[in-house]
Design a protein around this ligand. Structure first.
Ligand SMILES: [Zn+2]
Length: 394
């Protein structure tokens, strides 16, 4: 396939980015790899600094038309570039990365709007430094737990957040990043919250504890972090349950938390239904159906009582993909995974609907329809008792 001819319909800057990207894919050695990586990094940084997300997006779209693996590859390069940077500290080269510490939060009541005091933020930072980060790093964090809707929507915004926080981390003057304002959703029972921070160290020095001590397993850091942060979170999020995920670089952390939320959606729904409707063990049952237009976009899980056909609640298990094929794994594997989680939540009877259903939603309210045990997608009909149960935590 001829790919060297620049596409005249594309802007020059996009063609230039594609040209360097394609040259990088023809590299024959690590030596060349590093050269092209630096070239790409420089060019991407230039576009990020100028807020030219359109140039990058156009290059990604163009690649995706021909080769989704290449689009994924460039996408990862762009992500890597916007979550790390080098900066000068007293004429020494330093590096900084954007990290988030993600928390899955759920409650039977309403998710509280949390205010983080300086004292609580200091506790978070202290625990991070003791359990996850390398001993001598510097860091600056956004003084609140933010939801995904409040976080950057573009590569250049992500890069700007890092820039500001990284400068603050090393003691330079920079404004605090501005979060995107969103209306609080009163019905939200399950969500993720992120503590976003830049962590800086002299170039080549470790950022994470497991880099500083290669014998330290990441799982050990995860469990000590989880245990140590729990009392701080309990104080901040009264009436909520939560999981603290291990802090990671920005994009991996978001991906990890979105995957984790699929599980929390099921756990929280079954806990809530069991307690609100006073269900006996084994009474709550579920039906799983794969849903999508051409390929599976998501799995819909309809919940029902005993042998009844009415779907009383539904949760969605999204399938994540960027440009290429969806995540590895067949429909059977995913349905097994979902069924295993349901079983852990005391939902023993799980019906699996074969094939892929069309993603139907309600004509009136737009709500997604969920499978009943006969394999039809129907409207959720939450029993009256559920509305009478207390919705707010006092
Ligand atoms: Zn409706």
């Amino acid at each position: 396939m001829p790919k060297k001819n620049p596409d005249t319909a594309l802007p020059r800057a996009t063609n230039q980015l594609l040209e360097i990207y394609h040259a990088s894919t023809l590299s024959t050695s690590r030596f060349e790899d590093r050269y092209w990586e630096t070239q790409l990094d420089r060019l991407i940084r230039k576009h990020l600094a100028a807020g030219q997300d359109d140039v990058i997006e156009a290059a990604l779209d163009e690649l995706a038309k021909k080769d989704t693996d290449e689009a994924d590859d460039l996408f990862e390069q762009v992500q890597a570039t916007c979550q790390s940077l080098e900066l000068d500290v007293n004429r020494q080269p330093w590096q900084a990365v954007l990290i988030t510490s993600a928390f899955a939060v759920w409650t039977r009541y309403q998710l509280p709007q949390v205010k983080m005091t300086e004292e609580i933020l200091a506790q978070f930072i202290d625990v991070l430094k003791r359990t996850v980060l390398a001993p001598d790093v510097k860091l600056a964090a956004l003084p609140k737990l933010v939801g995904i809707d409040e976080m950057p929507r573009s590569f250049s915004q992500t890069s700007e957040w890092l820039n500001k926080l990284a400068n603050r981390a090393v003691g330079k003057r920079a404004a605090m990043p501005t979060t995107i304002t969103v209306e609080p959703n009163p019905a939200l029972l399950v969500d993720t919250r992120h503590l976003v921070m830049a962590v800086a160290a002299p170039k080549g020095q470790p950022i994470f504890r497991w880099q500083a001590d290669p014998s330290m397993a990441q799982e050990t850091c995860q469990s000590t972090w989880g245990a140590a942060i729990e009392p701080v979170l309990a104080q901040l999020l009264p009436g909520c349950q939560f999981h603290a995920l291990v802090p990671q670089l920005y994009h991996s952390s978001i991906e990890l938390s979105e995957q984790h939320m699929r599980l929390i959606a099921i756990i929280s729904a079954s806990e809530w239904l069991h307690s609100t409707l006073n269900l006996k063990p084994g009474e709550l049952r579920a039906t799983i159906a794969a849903v999508g237009e051409q390929s599976v976009q998501e799995y819909r899980i309809g919940y029902h009582r005993g042998r009844q056909q009415d779907v009383i609640y539904g949760t969605i298990w999204p399938v994540f993909n960027n440009f290429g094929a969806a995540e590895n794994g067949s429909i059977v594997d995913t349905v097994d995974e979902i069924a295993a989680i349901l079983k852990d939540c005391d939902v023993e009877h799980v019906k699996r609907i074969p094939g892929v259903l069309l993603p139907e939603s309600c004509d009136d309210c737009g709500a997604p329809l969920f499978p009943n045990p006969s394999g039809e997608l129907v409207h959720v009909d939450l029993p009256e008792e559920a509305f009478e149960a207390p919705q707010h935590f006092h």
